[in-house]
Every structure is written in structure tokens, then in C-alpha cells.
Design a protein around this ligand. Structure first.
Ligand code: AHG
Ligand code: MN
Ligand code: MN
Ligand code: MN
Length: 335
């Protein structure tokens, strides 16, 4: 049996690539790693302990908050508070950003934005869920409180981003702008081990992922592209295969490994789509670009959008570059 490098060892080895102070990245990711292990442990017990189901509270997104949404939010928040590097967070499950107002944290240089539990409607039925995180250097003066400007930075300013997928195995995938690296959790020793170094997405693929139940509401460009995906054509390997889990992170992870395209478009009723720019689309877009994929709103890169509010939504297209080029052509032609 081969022994893999651990996440901790890998980070130390790659520290030189991180453009900011040495040691900080390792501390940041340690907090995330620890929280991921705790959430993983609880998710594995879902069904046995009273942790599934709704809290009865509607979150700021207008969604029924699940018990595990709250649980994951608290675990990640507390793990991050315990580290001096992070001075505040914003989360899908918090109405407003949170300043870590203690002596240890207020001098921290980083803020974290997160979707503590992605795909939470899938928990009760034992389908993969995830955690998504996005890290920026603060722009407000150190030692003072954090401000909204620390959280509304353009996605290109991310210094690190990643996700944890709690699937048939649990994985942590991250980037600091030097490629995308994946680590599989070995629960018997409690360690994330390097399993996917320098992940790159295939240039093209055969999978398209979209909630087709919303078909009648889609923009014409998306409808035409879906028709294209379903048509027969040997040279381009069509018809493609439709795969949609309903956990963005699981859909993205599969397409990253196999090649494919994921679309959550705007509709007349929801002109900005459903997915959140800061907690979902920006971190995935950073990973996507680092893996040779594209991530856009159907027209322009997600990472160039200047956010205007914390819980902002955005139409989201991401996947293999050749498939994305074709989707863009349809969006442009049938705008
Ligand atoms: P979350 O569970 O964090 O609220 O995110 C849900 C998102 C995403 O995970 C998923 O891809 C999408 O919602 C599914 O939405 P539909 O059910 O509308 O397809
Ligand atoms: Mn939610
Ligand atoms: Mn989500
Ligand atoms: Mn969520």
C-alpha cells in the first residue's frame, strides 16, 4: 500500500507559492480542515442522530434552513474564530457579515466567505453535500472592525478557495492560484491525503448538468443549447448525457473530473438565477479557471463581477472550455 502525502505536508511544501506571509495559509487551511472533519463525522451519522430535517427557520436567502446548515455554519465559524488569521466571515446562513471582535482575531489579515452546507436538500436522502469557502485579504485597516468592503471584493482578488465534498469518500479540493489540488479523507487515521494533484478539466466532455424541470422558464439561448446537447452528431460525441445531482459541489466535482458543463441560468422570474455570487460562484469560478475550465454568467467571467451586496445571486455557467464556448455562442446568438 502506498503512503500519500498529507494535506498538512503538501501545504508546507507549497507555502512558497502563496504570495502572502508564510504560515498563514497553513493556519487558514488547518481551521477549514478541522471543521470539515467534524462536519464529516456528523454527516456520516445523519439518520442515526437527530440532525436531519428543517429547523423551522427561514434563512436570509428565503430557504428553509436545515439543522445541518446551522450546525455546519457554527462549526466552521468557531474553527475560524479560534485562529488569529481570520478577522471575520460572511455566510449563506448569516444575515450579515460577522466581525470576530476579540484581541486574537481583530488583527487578522483575512476574511472567509462560505456556503457551510451546499446541497442541504440532499442530506435527508443520503446524497452528497459539500462546503464551499472563499478567502480574501482584508482591505480595511488591521486592528479595526471589518467592513462591507472586505466582503464585496471582486472574485479575482481571492487568495484561496475550495470545497469539501462529503460523498462516497470525503475530499477537500483547494487552490491558492497555483493549480487545483484534491485530498481524500482517510477516516481511519483522520487525515486528508493527496490523491489528485494539479487537477485539470478535460477540454470537452459528454455531460450537461441543469435542472431541466425549469426548462420552460429558461432563456432562449439555454433552450437552444440544450437541444444541441441532445442532438445526434458523431464528430462531437452527441447526444450528451444529462446528470444533475442538485448539489452544486457534487455536480461541479464530477464535471471537473470527467469533463462537462453545469448551468444554473436566469429566468424571467429570477433574473439573477439562484446561486450566490460570493459563497458559491466566485470560489468555484476560481477553482474552475485554475483547472482550465471557464466560469461565466453566460457572457462574461464570474471573477470580473464587482459585487454590490452580500447575498447577491448570479446566473452560472461553468465547465469544459470547448463546451462553454459553444454555450456562449448560443447565448450570444439568441440573446
Ligand atoms: P444550498 O443547499 O447551499 O442552499 O445550495 C443549493 C443550490 C445548489 O447546491 C444546487 O445546485 C442548487 O441549489 C439546486 O437548485 P434546484 O433545486 O433549483 O435545481
Ligand atoms: Mn441554502
Ligand atoms: Mn449552496
Ligand atoms: Mn448552503
Amino acid at each position: 500500500m502506498s503512503i500519500h502525502k498529507t494535506l498538512g505536508e503538501f501545504i508546507i511544501e507549497k507555502q512558497a507559492d502563496f504570495p502572502h506571509a508564510k504560515g498563514e495559509l497553513s493556519a487558514l487551511l488547518s481551521a477549514i480542515k478541522l471543521a470539515a472533519k467534524i462536519v464529516n463525522r456528523e454527516i456520516n451519522k445523519a439518520g442515526l442522530v437527530d440532525i436531519t430535517g428543517a429547523t423551522g427557520v427561514e434563512n436570509v436567502q428565503g430557504e428553509q434552513q436545515q439543522k445541518l446548515d446551522m450546525y455546519a455554519n457554527e462549526i466552521f465559524k468557531n474553527a475560524l474564530i479560534a485562529r488569529g488569521e481570520i478577522c471575520g466571515i460572511a455566510s449563506e446562513e448569516e444575515d450579515n457579515y460577522v466581525f470576530f471582535d476579540n484581541k486574537n482575531s481583530r488583527s487578522g489579515n483575512y476574511v472567509v466567505l462560505m456556503d457551510p452546507l451546499d446541497g442541504s436538500s440532499n442530506i435527508d436522502v443520503n446524497v452528497s453535500v459539500g462546503t464551499i469557502f472563499s478567502i480574501y485579504r482584508r482591505v480595511s485597516p488591521t486592528n479595526g472592525p471589518v467592513g462591507i468592503e472586505d466582503f464585496l471584493q471582486v472574485g479575482r482578488k481571492q487568495v484561496a478557495a475550495g470545497y469539501v465534498i462529503y460523498g462516497s469518500s470525503t475530499m477537500l479540493v483547494y487552490t491558492t492560484g497555483n493549480g487545483v489540488h484534491g485530498f481524500t479523507y482517510d477516516p481511519s487515521i483522520g487525515v486528508f491525503c493527496l490523491s489528485h494533484e494539479s487537477l485539470t478539466i478535460p477540454k470537452s466532455g459528454r455531460i450537461y448538468s441543469i435542472n431541466e424541470g425549469n426548462y420552460v422558464k429558461f432563456p432562449l439561448g439555454v433552450k437552444k443549447y440544450l437541444k444541441y446537447c441532445q442532438e445526434e452528431d458523431e464528430s462531437t460525441n452527441r447526444p450528451y448525457t444529462s446528470r444533475y445531482i442538485g448539489s452544486l459541489i457534487a455536480d461541479f466535482h464530477r464535471n471537473l473530473l470527467k469533463g462537462g458543463i453545469y448551468i444554473y441560468p436566469q429566468t424571467a422570474q429570477a433574473p439573477s438565477g439562484k446561486l450566490r455570487l460570493l459563497y458559491e460562484c466566485n470560489p468555484i469560478a476560481f477553482l474552475a479557471e485554475q483547472a482550465g475550465a471557464l466560469a461565466t454568467d453566460g457572457f462574461s467571467p464570474i471573477l470580473d463581477i464587482k459585487p454590490t451586496e452580500l447575498h447577491q445571486r448570479v446566473p452560472f455557467f461553468t465547465g469544459s472550455p470547448e463546451m462553454m464556448d459553444t454555450a456562449h455562442q448560443f447565448m450570444k446568438e439568441f440573446e
